[in-house]
Design a protein around this ligand. Structure first.
Ligand code: MF3
Ligand code: CO
Ligand code: CO
Length: 306
């Protein structure tokens, strides 16, 4: 289904699509600027160093993004549709009093991204029904305290094949290899170099069409965090900077095709892709993961298959 293509603004609903929009978020929950104004205000040109107050607010946003991710991943099971997962996210956001940042961001029509198998990122929840052997990335961003927190994990539906397990493991290890480079004085390109080394070692495709991003009062802001080798990313990290690290690996060709919904990025060869994402703060001594949690793909399987 191609909901986004028919979408013009937050107030319009595409024909034949379920009614989903910012209007379903309880009125007492503060909206981000782009929902109120209908367009995204330009972020600062350079990565800001957040003060203690903003950092405290980012910790809350990161924790709540993680809480929504936990609720969504707990609902993953064979037979569940990606729309079901979107509803779980919406309900959990409402219960926590946070706004689901994707909803209405550049016209995006749902609260989360759900990217199954060959979908690299930005899969729009819909009627796709999960089956045993699939892998799915759920990407959650929430807005609260005037700031955004962003995280994602790829999980197994039932027991996927060995190749898929290797893909998910390698992508998770790559995200952590990137995170471990983070400290004041480090060059920004160290992150992508560490991720590239894991991709080469594990013989995985490394998707370069999408990058991590600064995050805070804006959903996406400088710096761009390349997951490949970018000699021009000479920025020196400073304590107080906050950005995401969110590598995407593929079993085959890492090049993507955009579906005609304008959002869904799939692999050109149809083979599988995985992604993990954390929001990371540069601290005086290294890093702090603001969206930290035990990865679901390494937790013991539950009877429900989730
Ligand atoms: N959460 C995604 C990211 O990691 C962005 C999704 S944009 C949306 O940057 F509009 F598709 F939600
Ligand atoms: Co994200
Ligand atoms: Co992100």
């Amino acid at each position: 289904m191609c909901y986004a293509a028919a979408f013009r603004s937050d107030t319009e609903t595409p024909v034949n699509a379920p009614v989903v929009g910012p209007g379903l978020v309880p009125a007492h929950i503060p909206r981000p600027q782009y929902v109120l104004a209908g367009r995204v205000t330009p972020p600062p040109k350079h990565p800001p160093c957040l003060d203690a107050d903003l950092i405290a607010r980012m910790r809350i946003a990161g924790r709540k993004a993680r809480a929504v991710l936990e609720a969504v991943l707990a609902a993953v099971a064979p037979g569940v549709t990606t729309d079901d997962l979107d509803r779980v996210a919406m309900a959990t956001c409402s219960a926590l009093g946070v706004y689901p940042s994707p909803l209405g961001f550049h016209g995006y029509p749902r609260s989360i991204c759900t990217s199954v198998n060959e979908v690299i990122c930005h899969g729009i929840p819909g009627g796709r029904r999960l089956k045993a052997g699939d892998i799915i990335n759920c990407d959650i961003t929430v807005f609260t305290e005037g700031v955004h927190g962003d995280c994602s994990e790829t999980v197994f539906v039932g027991s996927p094949d060995a190749e898929s397990r290797r893909l998910v493991n390698a992508t998770y290890e790559a995200m952590w290899a990137g995170i471990r480079t983070v400290r004041p004085g480090q060059r920004l390109d160290a992150i992508g170099r560490a991720i590239t080394a894991v991709a080469r070692r594990e013989r995985m495709g490394n998707v370069l069409a999408f990058a991590g991003h600064g995050i805070g009062e804006w959903f996406h802001m400088p710096p761009d965090v390349s997951h490949g080798i970018d000699r021009h990313a000479t920025l020196r990290l400073q304590a107080g900077m906050v950005f995401t690290i969110e590598p995407m690996f593929t079993l085959g060709d890492p090049r993507c095709v955009m579906l005609d919904d304008g959002w869904t990025a799939v692999t050109r060869d149809g083979r599988r892709s995985a992604q993990f994402e954390h929001t990371v703060l540069v601290t005086p001594t290294g890093f702090e993961v603001l969206t930290a949690g035990e990865p679901w793909f390494r937790r013991p399987a539950t009877p429900s298959g989730g």
